[in-house]
Design a protein around this ligand. Structure first.
Ligand code: UDX
Length: 430
């Protein structure tokens, strides 16, 4: 099939490369000439495992072409996928300006019976907004659909090749038929639904996972008050088949490009349809309060932050990505600055991004050498579970004779080993 994916951000690049690998002829289209030039040379402007290799392979095979030329990319397309950003507007709603611009730009070149798919996360009702833009601008017949994306950063290629499910939201049999055929090689259950259900399904999945994380963080707070261990509590509840063992680990709250944004958007959507009393508002608030509250809670234990050297390990929002959007480090480091600490941040991939995202300050430095970060630190905060951090030999790195506090923000490290090495260990919910 001829497929054009518009928007060469995270979802767009991964989707175009994977669809090409299944034998489709794919155009990746963007108005950003610099980005397209990089992609044409197999350079991905962000870090994602396996992606550059796949890109190189598919461009060499001739199945995948990156371009800025709308006419070239649209006039033969059987399927057009819109995968542009939907940033949050000031009131928390999704800003659809890029989706609308794309709808307008593709209209003059549409071929008959093309299926236009929205992959971006958008509120229910967005297909009629797009329809209103396209219909006066073309005489071609077209079909609209919503196919939300559920991939995770850091494992995006694997998640896209092996999705848990493919959701096709449409009101047209032709759209269901074409998109079912396109997604057949994914060998995943295909769920055909109304567009509004597809859009609500995407928000609901992310809002539920964010709620689950917030819930376990709240339970962790209670465990800290009574001597229970959150890991043991999770083991107990996880054996209940209705609950399960996965996706529960407590920490400094959820971050990234999706959960914080989607929770806020769902709350804003609820307000816009007069559903004021909304759980999502509370989830968002609890998550935003979490890091400041934890750092305050630790103040006494560390003997006040002023003048302390703090090693912040892990600056990206999760392992295997250099994405720093809503990363815990972007909240932790400015708070420590304000409290007068000296911070040495470590990350295996995100240092260039950290220099942009975190305001420069005489007491904040970054290093790609974890030993340098932890050397002589008063406090080590293991913020993100990068393998380079979880496998690091903190025992050998211990500065002898010095009181050093180890904050295990993800409960990933061995408490008794660290204590035997002389660290004062602080975990979450234990
Ligand atoms: C998420 C969804 O998982 C994905 O389906 C959707 O398409 C986009 O949003 P992503 O943001 O890449 O993916 O990361 P994910 O691994 O889900 O983690 C999100 C945040 O939750 C991270 O800050 C992570 O540290 C945190 N988290 C995750 C927890 O605190 N505890 C957990 O048990 C799991």
């Amino acid at each position: 099939m001829n497929v054009t994916v518009i928007g060469t951000g995270f979802v767009g690049v991964v989707t175009s490369a994977v669809l090409a690998s299944f034998g489709n002829t794919v155009f990746g289209l963007d108005v950003d000439e610099k980005k397209i030039a990089l992609l044409q040379h197999n350079t991905v402007p962000f870090y994602e495992p396996d992606l550059e290799e796949l890109l190189a392979e598919q461009q060499a095979s001739g199945n995948l072409t990156f371009t800025t030329d709308y006419k070239q990319a649209i006039e033969n397309a059987d399927v057009i996928m819109i995968a542009v950003g939907t940033p949050s507007a000031a009131d928390g709603t999704a800003d659809l300006k890029f989706v609308k611009m794309v709808a307008e730009s593709i209209s003059p070149y549409l071929k008959n019976n093309v299926v236009i798919v929205v992959k971006s996360t958008v509120p229910p009702g967005t297909l009629s907004v797009i329809d209103d833009i396209i219909s006066p601008l073309t005489s071609a017949s077209y079909h609209l659909a919503s196919v939300p994306e559920f991939l995770r950063e850091g494992s995006a290629v694997q998640d896209t090749v092996h999705p848990d499910r493919v959701v096709i939201g449409a009101n047209s049999e032709h759209a269901f038929a074409v998109l079912s055929e396109l997604h057949l090689p994914f060998k995943a259950p295909i769920i055909t639904v109304k567009p509004e259900s597809a859009q609500m399904g995407k928000y609901t999945a992310n809002a539920y996972l964010a709620t689950r994380i917030t819930f376990i963080n709240q339970i962790a707070n209670l465990c800290e008050k009574n001597g229970a261990d959150i890991n043991e509590v999770i083991k107990i509840i996880g054996h209940d088949k209705r609950i399960g063992q996965h996706y529960w680990y407590p920490g400094f709250g959820y971050g990234g490009s999706c959960f914080p944004k989607d929770v806020k958007e769902l709350a804003a959507y609820a307000r816009s349809v007069n559903e004021e009393a909304n759980l999502m508002v509370t989830i968002n608030q609890l998550n935003e309060n979490r890091i400041p509250e934890l750092l305050n809670q630790y103040t006494e234990l560390v003997g006040g932050w002023a003048g302390k050297k703090v090693a912040v390990l892990g600056l990206s929002f999760k392992p295997n990505t250099n994405d720093m959007r809503e990363a815990p480090s972007t909240i932790v480091i400015p708070i420590l600055q304000d409290k007068g600490a000296t911070v040495v941040g470590y990350d295996p991939k995100a240092i260039p991004e950290a220099r942009v995202m975190i305001a420069s300050h005489p007491n904040v430095s970054f290093t790609e050498d974890i030993s340098e970060s932890v050397a002589n630190a008063d406090v080590i905060i293991a913020l993100i579970e990068w393998p380079e951090i979880t496998s690091f030999d903190f025992t050998s790195a211990k500065t002898s004779g010095k009181k050093q506090i180890f904050i295990d923000a993800r409960n990933q490290h061995n408490q008794s080993q660290l204590e035997a090495a002389g660290y004062t260990y602080i975990g979450i919910g234990r």
